[in-house]
Design a protein around this ligand. Structure first.
Ligand code: COA
Length: 166
């Protein structure tokens, strides 16, 4: 388990936070964290089951942030071809947002993407979540690259943000 790097924002939680790879035992904790998924995406929990099965089969990657031994944040991404990876889920529990956990999850991903030779990262976001994530993505170098109107049904638009690794 890699312990987080302390920073001024993380300091109050320092002793309780760690970032590590997902284990099969985490499945119920991940579902508890992502309870909103079915509201955002049709059959969201079926999708999550499949994604976690992919992670367990090493076809996708998942890091979890633990706070006081409970899952409080998650990053799931899936390779799409040799040099591209798609982040399908980046989420931090609302009560502990702005404590640096999203940054730590993203940095963990960056280390892996660089080691794997990944050049392009993209993330799709439900348009109603734009305000919750856009500033974070922009501060990490992402730019909006596509707008998928009515992607999951009427008025269920998706935004795509991309990052080219230098
Ligand atoms: C985006 C998200 C992952 C960021 O996690 P976090 O732990 O709060 O992020 P950090 O504390 O590392 O924030 C780093 C910086 O990003 C920016 N930022 C993060 N959240 C922000 C917000 N809500 N508004 C404005 N800026 C924000 C700030 O610049 C922040 O630095 P600061 O706190 O020093 O100002 C988290 O807010 C989240 O889960 N949002 C919902 C995302 C979602 O809907 N995901 C599901 C579909 S993929």
């Amino acid at each position: 388990m890699s312990k987080i790097q302390p920073s001024h924002r993380v300091e109050p939680y320092r002793r309780e936070i760690s970032i590590r790879n997902y284990h099969a035992d985490d499945r119920s904790g991940v579902f508890r964290l992502l309870t909103f998924l079915p509201n955002l995406y049709p059959r969201g929990f079926d999708w999550l089951e499949r994604r976690l099965t992919d992670v367990e089969a090493q076809k996708a990657y998942c890091s979890v942030a633990l706070v006081s031994q409970r899952i409080a944040g998650i990053l799931i991404d899936t390779p799409k071809g040799a040099r591209t990876s798609k982040i399908s889920t980046l989420f931090v529990k609302q009560t502990i947002c702005r404590a640096g956990i999203g940054t730590l999850l993203f940095e963990t991903g960056m280390k892996r993407w660089r080691a794997q030779g990944t050049d392009n990262i993209y993330i799709t976001v439900a348009s109603i979540r734009k305000r919750d994530i856009e500033t974070f993505l922009q501060s990490n170098g992402f730019t909006e690259s596509a707008y998928l109107r009515d992607h999951y049904g009427t008025d269920r638009h998706e935004l795509v943000y991309s990052l080219k690794l230098g």
